[in-house]
Ligand binder design. Structure first.
Ligand SMILES: Cc1ncc(COP(=O)(O)O)c(C=O)c1O
Length: 383
């Protein structure tokens, strides 16, 4: 194979180019402008939320949400360990401690059955991550939160436009957060958004996003805030992406469906089971390499790299990483599902620029790598 198949590529068209050029020519390239207002309104409406704020990325979106909810030193926040590092880091930025809970074996999202045992007198809330485009099971999480007086923040960085029981993610918990990094379903390079229904949160979130400035008195700063604003230039690109979102989603869904059709049921390869109440967002397609494959995930990934196919391991469980492992060991909680996914999970190329032939090529090579492992295992058994 001559061509490298990339794991992710942004889908940018002349529409985004035109809007970006317009923003440049207008000189409104910083954090005020018509594209920002338009994007915030359109994104809020598309997510079925009363409000949306554009922010600089998905990490600052989570930090801002937690800061608005007054998370601080001594507090604990329940998070899955099977997520991107940003979810846990944002808790630490507040001086608080993430408490890691296992995920469900079917959906790979936070397991509501394991949440209650992690709650202590210090717990302030739960971050439900909609992992790899699949919504977390929000109803039981919201019920547990209500019983214990906690809030739920949705980290929807990977799940733009997913729905849970017919409702858009981002408006189900207290605050929703999104990422528009280059590999996401919608992108502007680096960017993010916050969504929320409660209008009383709006002023505080806006102030925190803009250095703490008083909305009634310019350049007066009653609180310590951050500079987490998005630029009008980036919002111009997002407005183009919003206009094209039906096409982007359609092609990504076709790719996910093709992977499903080709890989489900292949011995040695396991796939996530989508809940019947979920409409997933077609972010990154992932599989796990089972023990019976006779070959481990890293060997499979190396073989695909040799074939010109870029993959990504599923997330290293955060509770095993240096900044978090000592604190987690003190708690002594076992997270077996997370461990298995971290060891066996592999993300496959998922973006709109892939042809059907590319997807078939990835599947052929993956099935061959797993098949070779099974054959080698068979030979060992015979010998
Ligand atoms: C689950 C999750 N949360 C948060 C983030 C952080 O987003 P960003 O990279 O835009 O800061 C990401 C993504 O990249 C993510 O996958």
């Amino acid at each position: 194979m001559n061509r490298r198949i990339a794991i992710a590529e942004p889908d940018l068209s002349p529409l985004e180019e035109g809007y970006a050029l317009e923003a440049i020519r207008s000189t409104w390239i910083s954090s005020t402008g018509a594209y920002l207002t338009r994007f915030e309104q359109e994104f809020a409406a598309a997510c079925g939320c009363g409000h949306s704020l554009a922010v600089s990325n998905g990490t600052t979106a989570i930090h801002l949400a937690l800061a608005a909810l007054n998370v601080g030193p001594g507090d604990e926040v329940i998070v899955p360990s099977m997520t991107y590092i940003a979810t846990a880091n944002a808790v630490r930025y507040c001086g608080a401690e993430p408490v890691f809970v296992d995920v469900e074996p079917s959906t790979w999202c936070l397991d509501p059955a394991r949440v209650e045992e992690a709650i202590t007198s210090r717990t302030k809330g739960i971050i439900a991550v909609h992992l790899l485009g699949h919504p977390a099971d929000m109803d039981p999480l919201l019920e547990i939160a209500a019983i214990h007086g906690l809030w739920v923040v949705e980290d929807a960085a990977e799940a733009t436009f997913a729905t849970y029981k017919g409702r858009q993610v981002g408006g189900l918990g207290r605050i929703g957060t999104f990422s528009f990094f280059g590999n996401k379903v919608l992108t502007c390079g680096e960017g993010g958004a916050i969504t929320f229904q409660d209008p009383t949160l709006a002023t505080r979130l806006r102030m925190l996003r803009g250095q703490g400035m008083d909305p009634r008195q310019r350049y007066y700063f009653p609180i310590v805030g951050f500079n987490y604003r998005l630029t009008n230039l980036a919002a111009a690109i997002l407005c183009g992406q919003m206009e094209r979102r039906a096409d982007i989603l359609r092609r990504r869904r076709e790719i996910v469906a093709r992977y499903e059709a080709r890989l489900r049921g292949v011995p040695g390869i396991a796939l996530r089971t989508d809940a019947e109440w979920a409409v997933t967002s077609p972010w990154m397609f992932a599989a796990t390499i089972e023990a019976r494959a006779g070959v481990d995930r890293d060997t499979v990934a190396r073989r695909l790299t040799d074939d010109g196919i870029e993959t990504r391991p599923l997330f290293v469980p955060i509770h095993t990483l240096p900044p978090y492992r000592v604190e987690h060991a003190r708690r002594g909680t076992e997270l077996p599902v997370t461990h298995g996914l971290g060891r066996d999970g592999i993300m496959l190329p998922t973006h709109t620029l892939l042809t059907d032939a590319d997807v078939d090529e990835v599947c052929d090579r993956l099935v061959a790598a797993v098949g070779a492992g099974r054959a080698a295992q068979g030979r060992l058994r015979v010998a």
